[in-house]
Design a protein around this ligand. Structure first.
Ligand code: M6R
Length: 623
């Protein structure tokens, strides 16, 4: 899983490529590299570490070494081979005639490598990508074909996932792009600079240059080259060379949405975005007089949706945890038996009966391979597939039969925040939507909708107290273990809270259903093992209070997260975080926020790289 960027046009390519890599760094940041093509010569620069390292290295070069209006670049999340300069992309072929960047995995690379080694090819890296570069070179040499045909033929031999950009010395005004399983977008230059193209793993590096884009589909190869002094784009099928007609999308994302907006980190900005992002998620969808919801994206499938007898909810990481909350909502409001599955497991196990079963796939990025594979499996099983996705035009959004978008704008920090609260909100809204087709009363629908509409203001109220949570972070930053406990809707909240602590603060936090505590985990409790207990004044309040007593009786520290009117807990626990009152089904949306803030502030206190925690990537496009 990596980010790729390409530019071909009249401008100097390298500043555009470096900026593009910075925007794509969320996809991986083990190493970065750039290849420029000028007057038939390649200059390739690569560096282990973040894009900033590469940028510093490049800025020290003289302008001759950096000239070129054609270039490709890459930011890596290691799959084959350790993060190192050697394994960084771009990769040159043996003769140095072809250069390539790749996002994905070539599964049969070892058998191809063996054949190439027998032919005398040498390899400098451990990557599958260098194998592909040499396979293309070998085909070009033996078949005496153009670079696009050589790439196409090579791709008919590989098994796996890829988005690749390829340049060849022999055809210096040509760029080849191909896709199977990994995303790639082509931006078409506008105005005077129409004769230029921008390519990237997603639209964030492109949007400041043009809003006209083409999403390459699986199995397609695109050729950008010069015809009558003008660059043109042609798309063909990898399988049979058939010409495809590109559909040009007009993007609406604004560039300011991509910036930090004055906050020290994207994560904090995105936490504070939540009143607005929740408004955007519900905008235009609440039909109060009917006590229902309108989802334009689902209308075409209303008949199939009415016939659904069961639901499987899938996703990974945060998306699966929000799914756990959705499970309770679907069973309570829609009366549909529901289960939650890891995308990774659903793909590889036997599914007993799929008749009238719908799959709801949740994904911020819309690119998570485990989730995408689950959708493909569900489609084979003839299940109706529905998506809850943030990134418009992403692979999952295009793969599902129908879907709804979060509309929270780009989420850049690796830790999911505004997408997660929006996911919970959309799942509750979906539960109302399904429920109104299955006997949920209009009055009950209206009662929940009224509370949903209040959420942005309640979130603003929580955010006003961020300083109190910053203080708690200073107090608790020294602990290396935490329990996060909840029940019913907030069992999922506890899991999500613990994931935030792990990924941002590097603290071992265990999200646990508090009823389970007494069945084993409680033996871990001592004065160095604090618990965050999600104990709002809801149907589980008394049970949760018992869990607190059990922990206190064993000398454990407790931070209680409770409803603002609750006065009794402050005398029992060590610290209290208050959230405003709302319906039980909506509490997770409010309870997520103090957890996000606590994980954020502890991460800052510990000096971690908040937006790009170690070993992680924003979008996990490998299995
Ligand atoms: O883009 P997705 O929602 O499909 O991503 C799924 C997980 O990789 C993601 O939620 C991950 O767990 C986040 N880093 C959590 O903050």
């Amino acid at each position: 899983m990596c980010g790729i960027v390409g530019y071909i046009g009249k401008k100097e390519a390298w500043p555009i490529l470096i900026k593009g890599l910075e925007r794509l760094e969320y996809r991986g940041y083990d190493s970065a590299g750039i290849a420029l093509l000028d007057k038939g010569n390649f200059s390739v620069y690569k560096k282990k570490g973040k894009v900033a390292e590469l940028s510093k290295f490049i800025k020290d070069k003289n302008s001759n070494e950096l000239s070129g209006g054609v270039g490709i670049a890459h930011t890596r999340w290691a799959t084959h081979g350790i993060p190192s300069d050697q394994n960084s992309h771009p990769h040159l072929s043996n003769r140095g005639d072809i250069v390539i960047v790749h996002n994905g995995i070539i599964e049969n690379y070892l058998s191809i490598k063996k054949v190439l080694i027998n032919k005398g090819y040498k390899f400098k890296s451990d990557t599958d990508t260098e194998v592909l570069a040499n396979l293309i070179e070998d085909i070009k040499k033996h078949e005496k074909v153009s670079i696009d045909e050589a790439v196409r033929l090579a791709l008919t031999e590989v098994v796996g996932a890829y988005a690749i950009l390829v340049l060849s010395k022999d055809e210096p005004e040509t760029m080849i792009i191909a896709k199977m399983g990994s995303p790639v977008v082509i931006g078409i230059g506008k105005g005077k600079s129409k004769s230029e193209f921008f390519v990237a793993s997603d639209a964030t590096p492109i949007i400041e240059h043009t809003n006209k884009v083409v999403y390459l589909e699986d199995g397609e190869i695109a050729i950008i080259n010069k015809k009558n002094k003008k660059l043109t784009l042609k798309i063909k099928s990898i399988k049979n060379n058939a010409i495809k007609n590109p559909y040009i999308h007009t993007l609406k994302t604004k560039i300011e949405e991509l910036e930090k907006g004055g906050f020290p980190h994207f994560m904090l900005k995105e936490i504070f975005d939540q009143p607005e992002s929740l408004r955007n998620t519900m905008r235009g969808r609440i039909v109060f007089n009917k006590g229902s919801i309108k989802f334009g994206g689902l209308e075409k499938f209303e008949k199939e949706i009415k016939n659904l007898k069961r639901l499987t909810v899938t996703g990974m990481g945060t998306a699966r945890f929000t799914g756990l909350i959705g499970e309770y909502a679907f069973e309570e409001l829609s009366n549909i038996p529901t289960k939650v599955e890891y995308g990774s497991e659903f793909t590889y196990r036997n599914i007993a009966d799929t008749l009238n079963t719908g799959l709801i796939a949740i994904s911020q990025s819309g690119e998570t391979a485990d989730t995408l594979n689950a959708i493909k499996k569900a489609k084979k099983e003839k299940m109706l597939t529905l998506g809850v996705v943030n990134v418009i035009g992403s692979s999952i959004a295009r793969e599902v039969d129908a879907g709804i978008y979060n509309h929270v704008g780009p989420e850049t920090a690796v830790a999911s925040t505004k997408a997660s609260t929006s996911q919970v909100l959309l799942l509750v809204m979906l539960a109302i939507y399904f429920g109104r087709m299955r006997g949920l009363s209009k009055i009950k629908g209206q009662e929940i909708l009224k509370e949903i509409e209040k959420l942005p203001v309640l979130v603003e109220k929580i955010l006003k107290n961020a300083k109190l949570i910053e203080k708690l972070a200073k107090k608790y930053k020294k602990y290396n273990n935490f329990f996060i406990l909840g029940r019913k809707y907030n069992a999922g909240t506890a899991m999500e809270g613990s994931l935030k602590m792990k990924e941002c603060s590097y603290i071992h936090a265990e999200g646990c259903n508090s009823a389970e505590l007494k069945h084993g985990p409680i033996s871990l409790i001592d004065k160095n093992f604090p618990s965050i207990v999600i104990v709002p004044m809801d149907s589980m309040y008394e049970k949760m209070k018992s869990s607190i007593q059990e922990i206190k009786a064993r000398g454990g520290l407790v931070i209680a997260l409770t409803t603002e009117s609750n006065k009794e807990l402050k005398n029992i626990v060590d610290d209290v975080i208050y959230i405003p009152k709302t319906l039980e089904i909506l509490i997770p949306i409010l309870a997520f926020i103090p957890m996000q803030l606590l994980a954020y502030y502890i991460s800052v206190e510990r000096g971690n790289d908040v937006d790009k925690p170690r070993n992680l990537a924003k979008s996990v496009t490998v299995e």
